[in-house]
Design a protein around this ligand. Structure first.
Ligand SMILES: Nc1ncnc2c1ncn2[C@@H]1O[C@H](COP(=O)(O)OP(=O)(O)OP(=O)(O)O)[C@@H](O)[C@H]1O
Ligand SMILES: [Mg+2]
Length: 566
């Protein structure tokens, strides 16, 4: 306190031009460009990309762009003056028009290919050519890499038009899905869960695309109508957008010697991944095989911690394929995700997602992705049997490490001094039987009640006498494990672990609905609430957002479940 020493002064960035002057494309330039790419970046038709790490593509700007939102926290972190967000230059650039970006920027963006494994099984059928060579960033185009305050960030426009990987899609993201992605990234960051970050959200006032959707109040699983939606672009930012699937693509090619450089391209992308995501923890020298093993170990640590965090905050990714699993171990692709309200282990908001990607199955889905990741590293180890055996041991050990991370998480969530299997295994079935609201329950528990009436506000169903007796028994068993001398401290710690405010889809729906009419005020309100999830906030906010889902909103398409996330 009172220390005036200025050890590392940061220069504030006051214009788009000053931002793009921080561009550093040196790592990208170390990679291979698709040799079939056009010189103009007008590469908008689905085609096979056989080699190279990326395809230069020019974004297709959305028409008549208007500012909707930006991330205050992230602007501060990047030392960006918030006034830039509403300038014409900023809006133009981050809605896909790179023409006036300044000397240091590129007038191209880039899209990358990736492979797909679903729950550990390799697929190529999702590509129109049935080869896997036409799958990748179909609508996400990265445009800028900057180094600010010693950190490297890649900026990617989601919904910036077609790329060779568009598979016949329109390359667009609708306002609904863009609002969801923007707010969810903000919320997850505030919850302390590793995530891609939101920079900005810009909508078109004139351009629309059609998507299948639900009629108002419909309980159908499948959408019944095509609805016109305004298009939008969210700019998301991360140290890289490397996915497990991306490494797999190059490994699959190396495995079959698909072209003369296939092995080399795999090695290049692995080195690139280390530098981009693990540069600070994995030494730049040393034998390649050791660095590969260090990468696998570090990724395992991050991935298990990530999934434990997801469960802590009630997040279900919905579609945790290898192409939606970031190599950096953070949350990526906020499409068919949801936050659990009424607790159920198999909660899954996406109708296409199945039980394998449901809430409490995420540790297993992560294990499958980790196995896919390691299978992509394997060809780079050549005939180094010792290293391969070590990699296999890491895969085999995933479940134990995952279990350790989960135990630590449950211990903190319950405010216990150490893990207690009994208290947890007694609790989860009770939570299902009483239909508890996951967030309200753990937040109320954080007050360390003496009596179950204090937990009842979190119950969707009033408990029977028998259930009430079981709850009382559970509560006294749990309380007996707490250190009575430290209750105040425990409450505080629990309230930092168990958020008060969570994503409630029925609160988000009106925000994106109003946004289609040009009213962004509910987005702003949600952004304010969701970026302070652990704070008590005001009584009015509590009244409105610390609330169970109204009964008539269960089972409603677009709230309880959705089939389309794009
Ligand atoms: N409207 C679209 N036009 C072109 N490609 C699309 C469109 N929607 C989805 N895709 C592509 O289909 C694939 C699967 O879609 P998915 O919903 O997982 O990804 P996404 O939400 O677009 O992207 P990301 O994983 O980058 O967040 C992705 O490769 C994506 O680029
Ligand atoms: Mg995806």
């Amino acid at each position: 306190m009172g220390d005036t020493k200025m050890s590392h002064s940061t220069t504030f960035i006051h214009s788009l031009d000053e931002l793009t002057q921080r561009a550093d494309f040196s790592l990208l330039e170390n990679l291979n460009v698709d040799p079939d790419a056009t010189d103009t970046g007008d590469d908008y038709y689905p085609r096979q990309v056989f080699s190279g790490h990326y395809v230069p593509v020019r974004p297709t700007p959305i028409s008549d762009p208007v500012y909707v939102a930006h991330s205050k926290a992230f602007f501060a972190e990047l030392s960006l003056d918030e006034n830039i967000a509403t300038t014409k230059e900023f809006i133009q650039y981050f809605s896909g028009n790179l023409d006036n970006a300044g000397e240091a920027a590129k007038n191209f963006g880039w899209a990358t290919g990736y492979a797909l494994s679903i729950f550990g099984n390799e697929y190529v059928q999702q590509c129109p050519f049935q080869t896997g060579n036409g799958y990748g960033d179909g609508r996400a185009i990265a445009v800028l890499e900057v180094v600010i305050n010693d950190k490297r960030w890649e900026m990617q426009l989601k919904g910036a038009g077609r790329t060779p990987y568009c598979r016949g899609g329109d390359g667009r993201a609708v306002l609904r899905s863009s609002v969801r992605e923007f707010l969810a990234q903000e919320h997850m960051y505030a919850l302390g869960v590793p995530t891609s970050r939101s920079l900005s959200l810009i909508a078109s006032t004139t351009e629309q695309v059609d998507r299948p959707w639900y009629e108002e109040g419909s309980k159908s699983l499948d959408p019944q109508v095509m609805v016109s939606n305004p298009v939008a672009i969210t700019t998301r930012v991360a140290p890289s957008f490397l996915r497990v699937g991306q490494l797999e693509l190059f490994a699959r090619r190396a495995r079959v010697n698909a072209h003369p450089d296939a092995q080399k391209e795999l090695e290049m992308i692995i080195l690139h991944a280390i530098e981009r995501e693990y540069g600070k923890e994995i030494k730049a020298d040393g034998p390649f095989s050791e660095r590969i093993l260090a990468l696998a170990l570090a990724f395992r640590r991050r991935l298990t911690a990530l999934v434990a965090n997801w469960i802590r905050v009630g997040y279900c990714q919905g579609n945790f394929n290898s192409d939606n699993c970031a190599v950096g171990g953070f949350t990526l692709d906020y499409g068919p995700f949801g936050f659990i309200e009424r607790f159920h282990p198999y909660y899954q908001p996406w109708t296409g997602g199945g039980r394998h990607f449901s809430f409490l199955n995420q540790p297993l889905a992560a294990e499958k992705n980790f196995a896919s990741f390691c299978s992509a590293l394997r060809p780079a180890l050549g005939s180094n049997d010792e290293a391969i055996a070590e990699l296999d041991t890491m895969v085999a050990g995933f479940a134990d490490v995952m279990e350790g991370a989960l135990r630590e998480m449950w211990t903190a969530k319950l405010g216990l001094p150490s893990y207690n299997a009994q208290v947890l295994s007694d609790l989860l079935p009770l939570m299902v039987q009483s239909s508890v609201d996951y967030t309200v329950f753990f937040r109320e528990l954080s007050t360390i009640p003496n009596d179950i009436s204090q937990l009842e506000p979190s119950f969707y169903e009033g408990p029977s006498d028998a259930l009430r007796a079981q709850w009382s028994a559970w509560l006294s068993q749990w309380r007996s494990l707490l250190d009575n001398e430290k209750l105040q401290e425990i409450t505080q710690q629990m309230k930092q672990t168990n958020p008060k405010f969570t994503w409630r889809e029925w609160r988000v729906v009106p925000a994106y609905q109003n946004a289609t009419k040009g009213d962004y005020s509910l987005i702003k309100e949600l952004q304010d609430v969701l970026t302070r999830p652990y704070a008590e906030q005001t009584d009015a906010t509590t009244e409105k957002f610390y609330q169970l889902r109204p009964r008539d909103l269960f089972g409603v398409g677009g709230i309880s479940h959705y089939s389309c996330s794009s």
